[in-house]
Design a protein around this ligand. Structure first.
Ligand SMILES: NC(=O)c1ccc[n+]([C@@H]2O[C@H](COP(=O)([O-])OP(=O)(O)OC[C@H]3O[C@@H](n4cnc5c(N)ncnc54)[C@H](O)[C@@H]3O)[C@@H](O)[C@H]2O)c1
Length: 297
């Protein structure tokens, strides 16, 4: 499979990452199917894409006509077979759960044509492990985008044990076609970025949990003191606390290292359904006036 032959990309998941990935693929001219498990999730994903693109039209970055063309290239569905049929590439962005991802790839392996490339947007889970659920481990790779996908420029590419050089070169070229910069990292839980980021984010929650400072002051301290574009608690609300907990638990189980241990406060907030921006409440309350990430700078 060559990148110039790619016509259809299937994106699994219409959440934060899935709809962003679908948008950049459609903007690059590909026909996209975006699959989620319920109509309301598909609708939410499509609406987010339209809202993002409309902002681009208002700012003069694209015309209404161009926006309509991008939107028309994306088909949302809950039908797995229809979504995956004849896809040249699948990019998986469902929840960060190892067993579920393996199950979905096993199903996709039966539906997709043999030359279809499988890429996972997992934040931490072993590519080799997921690839072993399929009969095409050489065509399986990690393609780790960052949130928000249309804005963030990096894709971390992760080779599994059996990923072929051809598959790596293909995904490297495709990522560049999507307007991204790439880095190649060897497989390890959390790859490169999250291996460094997670202990920092978890420590921010421990700092809060121990009453060292307040939510606002911790974010202000890191934004202004370290010149970060946003504080760690604002960032956690963006990432999704449920996703952060999935990643922490996975990395802790893999490394057996306390630097990836999830604070009780994080677990409690997730149990209470406070996932951050996507659920309306996290460290901040988005049902009231949402704080802007640049508020401290
Ligand atoms: N949030 C981030 O900042 C971020 C960044 C990089 C990578 N990731 C990774 O991207 C993936 C998705 O994260 P997210 O933040 O978009 O989560 P999310 O919760 O916003 O979206 C996940 C979506 O997957 C859907 N889903 C669950 N089972 C499915 C199935 N069988 N088929 C299709 N869809 C299914 C859910 O209904 C949900 O809409 C995770 O692996 C996560 O680790 C997240």
């Amino acid at each position: 499979m060559k990148v110039e032959d790619v016509k259809k990309i299937c994106v699994m998941g219409a959440g934060l990452m899935g709809n962003g990935i679908a948008q950049v693929c459609a903007q690059a001219g590909y026909e996209v199917t975006m699959r989620d498990i319920e109509d309301r999730f598909v609708e939410n994903g499509l609406n987010t894409i339209k809202k993002n693109l409309s902002r681009g039209v208002t700012k003069g970055k694209m015309t209404q006509e161009q926006m309509n063309q991008v939107v028309n290239r994306i088909k949302g569905t809950t039908d797995l077979k229809a979504a995956a049929f004849n896809a040249d590439v699948v990019i998986e962005a469902i929840i960060e759960n190892r067993d579920l991802k393996r199950k979905v790839f096993e199903e996709l392996d039966e539906i997709c044509k043999p030359e279809c490339i499988f890429a996972s947007n997992t934040s931490s889970i072993s590519i080799t492990d997921m690839a072993s659920a399929t009969k095409r481990p050489e065509k399986f790779i990690g393609m780790h985008f960052f949130n928000p996908v249309p804005v963030m420029r990096l894709v971390e590419i992760i080779k599994g044990y059996d990923t072929s050089e051809e598959t790596y070169e293909f995904i490297d070229e495709l990522s560049k076609k999507l307007g991204k910069e790439t880095v190649l990292v060897n497989e390890a839980p959390g790859f490169a970025v999250n291996r460094l980021l997670l202990p920092f984010l978890l420590e921010a929650i421990f700092t809060l949990q121990e009453g060292v400072t307040t939510v606002e002051d911790l974010d202000k301290a890191i934004s202004l003191g370290l010149n970060h574009p946003m504080g760690p608690l604002t960032l956690l609300d963006f990432v999704g606390l449920d996703t952060a907990l999935f990643i922490a638990d996975y990395m802790y189980s893999e490394f057996q290292d306390s630097k990836y241990r999830a604070p009780t406060l994080l677990r409690k907030m997730v149990r209470a359904g406070h996932f951050g921006r996507k659920s309306g409440k996290g460290f901040y309350d988005y049902t009231k006036k949402p704080p802007e990430p640049h508020q401290f700078r």
